[in-house]
Design a protein around this ligand. Structure first.
Ligand SMILES: NC(=O)c1ccc[n+]([C@@H]2O[C@H](COP(=O)([O-])OP(=O)(O)OC[C@H]3O[C@@H](n4cnc5c(N)ncnc54)[C@H](O)[C@@H]3O)[C@@H](O)[C@H]2O)c1
Length: 351
């Protein structure tokens, strides 16, 4: 069989190449660069097709498709969320994604996105916190010390100067893993025996737990004035982390309200409860943090533009790093309408 033609080939970033790319550039450098891409795309919000992601729910999890386009490029991510998976040695969240050229509809990148999702989620949280967290915050509590947690810590270090971490997980082994992974990164780290103790003195509280139910990871008494809550783990119908009373005392910031009202912490509130979309703050239409005593809440669920931004970033690194494979993905007959002929010619003269 002949080699695939240039039109047949799509750059593919495997998990191995994603790891090599991130390590070559540096984790904090990648988080900082991703944050810039994500913010740039939030600032041109009107350019994007926006729709709540398409979710297929089952008893133990969800599989979602997250599409968007700016009219020039189209991107989508396939992502799952299965909190029970870690019991079987599998990830809670796995993902891959595609970036395409709108003009021809041809894919121009296929990439692993399990690692990229952790990076983009952390970068998005840190970008939001730049506008919402108290200026002097140096201490962050991280509740839930699983796959996403180290990425969150490093993004907040790189973008906000967080230097002290207070960790809590219902499974102490997860906290020990997180502390071990971050040991040489310049943090002062305390593993706490309870959530209540973890939030003490923290200017930022990140909740990043996985549980397929309405959990109350933070109770109302744990969140005092002036704190920024970065709530990551409540991202599905019937899956929340915060007590409703915290929401009622907070100014709430979301990615794309129609999606967050279905999936976020605010599913606990009336459908018209006031929220501010992040793009409004980033583009100066609405205020972020207004006072030292205000409680700000980023009700994060993850939105398609963040994945689009992340794929854009990865694509921009490909030529200089060469860290991709060429995937024979698109059938490319010599004559575009002779797809069948291409198939028959591949069989050779014997058939
Ligand atoms: N908002 C987003 O954009 C976004 C992106 C990625 C993942 N997520 C969500 O973030 C969450 C965490 O993802 P992950 O990949 O780190 O999962 P993970 O399973 O690797 O880790 C979750 C951790 O939470 C701990 N935990 C569960 N209940 C807890 C509780 N009540 N108190 C303290 N700790 C508790 C578990 O022991 C586990 O260590 C998931 O719910 C996932 O859906 C959101």
């Amino acid at each position: 069989m002949s080699l695939p033609s240039p039109l047949a080939v799509v750059p593919f970033v495997s998990v191995e190449n994603m790891m090599r790319l991130v390590l070559a550039i540096g984790v904090e450098e990648v988080l900082t660069a991703l944050a810039a891409y994500i913010e740039e795309d939030f600032r041109r919000w009107d350019a994007f097709d926006k729709t709540p992601r398409v979710a297929s729910h089952s008893l133990d999890g969800v599989i979602e498709l997250m599409p968007t386009s700016d009219g020039r490029l189209y991107g989508f991510k396939y992502v799952n969320g299965h909190p029970k998976n870690t019991r079987d040695g599998k990830q809670t969240v796995t993902a891959f994604g595609v970036l395409s050229d709108v003009d021809s509809g041809y894919p121009i990148l296929l990439s692993e996105m399990t690692i990229l999702t952790a990076l983009r989620t952390a970068a998005t949280s840190a970008v939001a916190a730049k506008y919402l967290a108290p200026d002097n915050a140096r201490v962050m509590a991280i509740i839930g010390n699983g796959a996403q947690s180290e990425f969150q810590a490093l993004a907040f270090k790189a973008l906000l100067g967080i230097d002290t971490l207070r960790l809590y997980d219902i499974d102490p082994a997860a906290s020990r893993k997180c502390a071990r992974n971050l040991a040489a990164k310049g943090f002062d780290i305390t593993i706490c025996p309870s959530c209540q103790e973890a939030v003490e003195g923290a200017g930022i509280i990140t909740t990043v737990t996985a549980d397929k139910q309405n959990a109350t990871v933070l109770t109302d008494n744990m969140v005092g004035g002036g704190v920024h809550v970065n709530a990551i783990g409540g991202d599905c119908p019937g899956k929340t982390e915060l007590h409703r009373d915290i929401l009622l005392r907070s100014d709430i910031f979301v990615e794309f309200a129609p999606q967050t009202r279905i999936e976020g912490e605010i599913q606990q509130l009336a459908a018209d409860h006031p929220v501010t979309e992040l793009w409004q703050v980033m583009s100066g239409h609405r205020e972020g943090r207004r006072s030292a005593s205000q409680i700000t809440l980023f009700d994060s669920v993850g939105f398609a533009t963040e994945d689009f931004s992340a794929l854009r970033y990865v694509r921009d690194q490909l030529m200089q790093t060469g860290l991709y494979d060429e995937l024979d993905l698109l059938a490319d007959p010599d004559e575009p309408r002779d797809l069948y002929g291409m198939l028959m010619r591949a069989a050779g003269p014997a058939l």
